[in-house]
Design a protein. Structure first.
Length: 296
């Protein structure tokens, strides 16, 4: 049960809210034995729009507060993941937003559950019998139940909103973002890391030289265009095509790429096609000759 005024969670059977003192529903039933006619206020409440009743219910309010607390850590986690992908700008925004939010929640909790020792001023935990610093015995006190009015002031990962309304909107809207985030990650993950094109571009044919394939291609091709074609779950063909001044014509290189499933991959160059003259080299010696030329 929650206080209808401040939203604090009420201990079972209590007659007054321990946080704000408002009489609880239980107190109302106990004290007024025979209400002849329903009060106008009660009438107004029951005719209230069910949507508004849901929106204003303490349960929904607390759900929003808890959701925003969890979201802080989700943001930090996502931020760390993106940092690993090298998207440091978005990563920092997420990590800082999440950390500020999480810090705000923890610091509010600390201040709610701690008080100053009347003797020495040391921060002591409410409920402790004696001060750890000076040994003075502390007055018996209980931590006040948390209220929605105060929880509203927590920072959230989305910014310093201090508003329950924004927290509620965040709760309702974030699930809508999840499919979008999943799509973003699968597309971004595929296009940045681990794609056959990326792997071939950064591969090295050490028998010819120490440069990456991309460096060699950039040195020898004008306006190279990369593409790939999936053969099956683990293997792909990677193409790069562009004008080669050395041959005075468009040339297409075809690479074979195979993911080994253990974080490594195998690759080879399959063919060299001179597109204007229609010549295609697929044999070892002609390809080796071409590669020597490329790396020289
Ligand atoms: Zn209250
Ligand atoms: Zn003390």
């Amino acid at each position: 049960m929650f206080c209808t005024k401040c939203g604090a969670e009420l201990p079972e059977g209590t007659k007054f809210c321990p946080a704000c003192g408002t009489p609880t529903a239980a107190a109302g039933v106990a004290s007024s034995t025979a209400p002849a006619t329903p009060s106008p206020e009660a009438g107004a409440q029951s005719s209230e729009d069910p949507l508004a009743r849901f929106w204003n219910s303490p349960k929904f309010g607390w759900a929003a507060v808890y959701f925003n607390r969890v979201l802080n850590y989700v943001y930090i986690g996502l931020g760390l993941l993106l940092l690993a992908y090298g998207w440091w700008a978005i990563a920092l925004v997420l990590i800082i937003g999440g950390s500020v939010g999480a810090y705000s929640v923890l610091s509010r909790k600390y201040h709610r559950t701690h008080t100053k020792c009347p003797a020495c001023g040391q921060r002591v935990k409410i409920g402790d019998a004696t001060c750890k610093k000076c040994g003075a015995s502390l007055p018996v006190q209980q931590v006040k139940p948390d209220t929605l009015q105060e929880a509203e002031l927590e920072d959230s990962a989305n910014g310093r909103f201090y508003s329950l309304k924004v927290k509620k909107i965040t709760l309702l809207c974030t699930p809508l973002l999840i499919p979008f985030i999943i799509i973003l990650f699968s597309v971004a993950g595929d296009s940045i890391l681990g794609t056959p094109v990326y792997q071939i571009q950064n591969a090295v044919f050490s028998q010819y030289g120490s440069q990456t394939v991309e460096q060699v291609v950039d040195d020898n091709f004008r306006g190279p265009e990369w593409s790939s074609e999936k053969l099956d779950e683990n293997s792909s063909i990677v193409y790069v095509e562009g004008y080669m001044p050395l041959y005075s014509e468009d040339v297409r290189l075809t690479f074979y790429y195979e993911d080994q499933g253990d974080g490594t991959f195998q690759y080879s160059i399959n063919s060299v096609a001179l597109l204007d003259s229609g010549e295609i080299y697929t044999d070892f010696w002609n390809i080796a000759l071409f590669m020597e030329l490329l790396y020289s």
